[in-house]
Design a protein around this ligand. Sequence first.
Ligand code: MD6
Ligand code: FE
Length: 218
Amino acid sequence: MPSELFPLDAPQTPGARETLGVQAVVLRGRAAHHAPDLIAAIAEIDARAPFRHMATPSGKQMSVAMTNCGARGWTTDRRGYRYDPTDPLTGRTWPAMPDLFQTLAREAAVGAGFPDFQPDACLINRYIPGARMALHQDKDEIDFTQPIVSVSLGLPAIFLWGGQARADRPRRVPLLHGDVVVWGGADRLVFHGVHALGEGEHPLTGAVRYNLTFRRAL
Ligand code: MD6
Ligand code: FE
């Protein structure tokens, strides 16, 4: 049965592994019990490196607000996409990646078959109802043998899991609070995106979805 027939807030089985591709998996609920600490850490990061709506190279303001922690942060402006050791908004280095973030990302990667993941960048996305992310590939990194780990917190979203070509019709995958997606290898450059967030209230985040995306940039 296609996943879109299930209500978005349907309980998924915590601990379940759902295969998206040969080297891509959803680890259901994997981050759930760390969620209050993760959300508190996001608030501290926001205090030093505030969420902001970046511009794409074409000049459009993104509907998703972003910040970063770690040695490098992903940014975009009229000059293009890149990783930067400093926050262009403040001129200071990005906040350090909390130990809890590192540990969670590495352990999830190990659990998905990537024992050597060494993230140096954590992009933090904040969605409010209506915010979305168009289909894209993550290809601003140097080493595509390193996987990506993505943690969902707060309101549920429909993740769009496409193929190796932009035109491939994406599958709709609900991502709920605490879910962790890991992908790499043959799936590293799969097109993906996030459908416009629906209305709702989450007990820990209010009308917000956060996504932490861990990567090895350099
Ligand atoms: C999001 N995520 O879930 C957007 N990219 O809010 C991504 O773009 C993404 O979840 C690469 C790997 C995992 C992701
Ligand atoms: Fe992405």
